[in-house]
Design a protein around this ligand. Structure first.
Ligand code: SF4
Length: 475
């Protein structure tokens, strides 16, 4: 019987089995940011420890990064304290830091891959839930808390529970206007936000095979929203082509040797899985969340649920979500008025996301009542987009073109919703208060859907907006 990638990576990184039943796993790459690291570094100081492998540890600033005025000290005293602590800690412990202003700065899950730090067969840890993003490369990547950040800094190891593996095959072709974001929202809708607890999700099938690395990252990014501890795609030629020539990827003969090893780490054809699920890609339509977690979603042509139509045990949550979001039971999601359009976050802020949104926006104007923000995931994405003139396309349409960071994905920087504003967002979480206002409302969708909603001033079907843009382009 063959092995899954998870099993191979796990075995290759096992230091020892612990009496608790956990495995002590060596971590190949540790990515650090300003929010979850200060207490961890303090613990190292208190214990008289050093960072065990500074060469495997890299830091950047993203969560608190202002995307407009980056002058120091930051207006937000707490943000300034976190930034200063990260600078001090990286200096004292010999950890490379890419601060604001550095061409390599950006959201931690965007810069790891684009610098070639993220590689197949690795174990990766970062003090952020969406570390699963790096699984797109065939890495096993764990989001961890502050005490585990301390453990990895001090020992380069984590104590982890064993995981089962669920193979999720997405077969067939996605229709135009249906994107990776819709695939992962559909998976979470079907399996539930807790369906992945205790599992690693292995994504495959013909639709996944055809996806670019950017798209695979979008899928793996939201594995955690389905409850899975990690998510991954087996490495293939798309993966190797992406990595070739990147700053931290192996070079010359070493790249060929690495590729052979990376290939060997993929799941065997006869690998056994604990559970298997198959989705039909052609049956998917653009998806929008209507509720308070990413599993509360529907196709853009559908209606929000009515409490009377759901099982009794789901009724309180559905009623609560409908009330908070201001939806009448059974109302269509299309036509929902929006106030803010946010294109960004580690889920959907890469160059291909911005290109697709710009294709729709070109030559159009934002609806007058909508505030639109485009926030590239990294300085490198920003520079590449600017070389293509995408910034001008967005600006001409009335969007604000901002500096790299997490921005409106969460309320830890100046980009926040106000009051009961409704935000069409390409981010990954629609929890109450996530975007900075306790009463703000978030509708998750693909970046192209956000762009279409920004122009219309309400939720619309991007498939129709694309068709219009194509007709206009042909004239
Ligand atoms: S963009 Fe959002 S999910 Fe991603 S690292 Fe930043 S805060 Fe976390």
């Amino acid at each position: 019987m063959g092995k899954t990638l998870l099993r191979k990576v796990w075995d290759a990184h096992t230091v020892r089995r612990l009496p608790t039943g956990q495995t002590q796993l060596f971590i190949g790459l540790h990515l650090v940011h300003e929010v979850t690291s200060p207490q961890a570094f303090d613990a190292l100081r208190a214990g008289g420890w050093r960072v065990r492998f500074p060469g495997r540890t890299f830091a950047t600033v993203d969560h608190i990064a202002p995307t407009r005025d980056t002058a120091r000290p930051f207006a937000d005293v707490l943000a300034e304290e976190m930034m200063a602590a990260l600078e001090r800690n990286c200096r004292d412990f010999g950890v490379p830091l890419w601060p604001l202003g550095d061409p390599r700065q950006g959201i931690v899950h965007v810069i790891g891959p684009e610098l070639g730090l993220t590689q197949p067969g690795m174990t990766i840890a970062c003090g952020d839930s969406h570390t699963s993003t790096h699984g797109a490369f065939g890495a096993v990547a764990f989001g961890i808390g502050t005490s585990q950040v301390r453990d990895v800094l001090a020992s380069q190891c984590l104590a982890l529970e064993p995981l089962k593996v669920r193979r999720i095959d997405v077969e067939g072709e996605l229709a135009p206007g249906v994107y990776a974001k819709d695939v992962i929202l559909a998976i979470i809708q079907r399996l539930g936000v807790k369906g992945g607890v205790g599992y690693a999700y292995e994504y495959g099938g013909s639709a996944i095979d055809r996806l670019s690395m950017d798209e695979r990252m979008t899928i793996c990014n939201m594995s955690i929203e389905g409850g899975a501890r990690v998510g991954y795609v087996n490495p293939d030629d798309t993966t190797f082509a992406y990595l070739h020539g990147r700053e931290f990827a192996p070079r010359g003969d070493a790249f060929a040797r690495a590729t052979a090893w990376w290939k060997s780490m993929g799941s065997d054809a006869d690998a056994a899985y604990d559970h298997r699920v198959t989705l039909d890609a052609a049956s998917l339509e653009p998806i929008v969340t209507w509720g308070l977690h990413p599993g509360q979603s529907i196709g853009v042509s559908a209606r929000v649920p009515s409490p009377a139509d759901v099982p009794a045990d789901e009724r309180p949550a559905v009623t609560d979500a409908l009330e908070f979001m201001g939806f009448a039971p059974g109302a269509p999601i299309a036509g929902t008025r929006i106030d803010v359009a946010f294109i960004g976050s580690c889920t959907n802020s890469r160059l291909s996301d911005l290109r697709e949104a710009a294709r729709l926006v070109r030559g159009q104007r934002l609806a007058p009542h909508v505030t639109g923000l485009v926030v590239p995931g990294s300085r490198a994405v920003s520079a590449a987009a600017e070389r293509e003139g995408l910034d001008e396309v967005f600006r001409a349409a009335g969007f604000e073109w901002r500096g790299a960071g997490c921005s409106m994905c969460l309320g830890m920087n100046p980009d926040k919703l106000e009051g009961r504003q409704v935000c069409a967002s390409s981010s990954n979480r629609n929890f109450r208060g996530r975007q900075g206002s306790p009463t703000g409302r978030t509708l998750l969708m693909s970046p192209a859907m956000v762009a279409a909603a920004a122009l219309a001033g309400e939720v619309v079907d991007v498939r129709r907006a694309r068709a219009r843009a194509e007709r206009a382009g042909a004239q």
